[in-house]
Structures are given as C-alpha cells and as structure tokens.
Design a protein around this ligand. Structure first.
Ligand code: ZN
Length: 134
C-alpha cells in the first residue's frame, strides 16, 4: 500500500457541506460525481497535497445512509493508493483481512476500488484504490 489517497466523510447534505469545507480549506470543491451503483453523490476537495471526499446518500438503502443512521455524520473511510489492486486484494486476503469486493469495482474519480470490512481492521473502513489508466 502507498500513501493515503483520500479520506471519505459521510454527510447528510452535500450542498451544505460543500460550503462548509470550502470555507475550511479556502477553496471550493473541484468535482462532483454520482456513483449510481453505490447510491452516493460525492464531491472532492484538495487541501495542499491532501484530498477529501464528501459522500451523500442518494437513496435510503445506500451504505452512506446506513452509516449515518448508525453513527451520524463523520469520517467514513480512509483510502490508500495501490499499484495493483488485484495483487493487493490477494495479499490482504492471505493475511486474514475480510475483503468486501473480491473483484474491484469502478469507484468515483476514475479509480478501481475495493473495501476491507471494518470488522477486520479495528473498526476503520479501508478503501484500496488504483488509478485507472486510460
Ligand atoms: Zn473513497
């Protein structure tokens, strides 16, 4: 695994949170993207070398809706960049981690992604992401 690619934050109202984080960072979000398969609408911010992803549910059965119902708004996941997501999934499974997506799926921001179950990572949802090279 390489550097932290981004931190994902679950929010109830993306519009409102976009304004809040824009004033926090001193610059607006640079992208909004809906991932229909996940039931989420996302926006992305840059603060120096760091990237923050805000996630809002687009339907009640979205994982983000369930997360907010259980825990409220806040940090949802930490994403790490990987060079080869398929190899990394294999390696982590061998180490005993519970991989939620054995086959990586298309995530936001031009990435292939897979998640590790928080049960196997001390309560922290970990996302692996590999840039899709076009
Ligand atoms: Zn993410």
């Amino acid at each position: 695994m390489k550097k932290i690619e981004h931190i994902g934050i679950a929010v109830k109202d993306l519009e409102k949170s976009n304004q809040l984080f824009a004033s926090l960072f001193g610059n607006p979000h640079y992208k909004v993207e809906e991932v229909a398969s996940e039931g989420v609408k996302t926006s992305f911010f840059k603060s120096g070398p760091n990237k923050i992803e805000l996630l809002q549910a687009t339907n009640p059965s979205s994982p983000i809706a369930k997360f907010i119902e259980k825990k409220g708004e806040g940090i949802h996941h930490i994403a790490f960049a990987v060079d080869d997501i398929v190899l990394e999934i294999k390696r982590l499974k061998k180490e005993g981690f519970i991989v939620l997506n054995e086959v990586p799926k298309k995530g936001a921001d031009n990435k292939l992604v897979a998640f590790l179950h928080p049960k196997s990572t001390q309560g922290v949802l970990i996302e692996l992401c590999q840039e899709i090279i076009r």
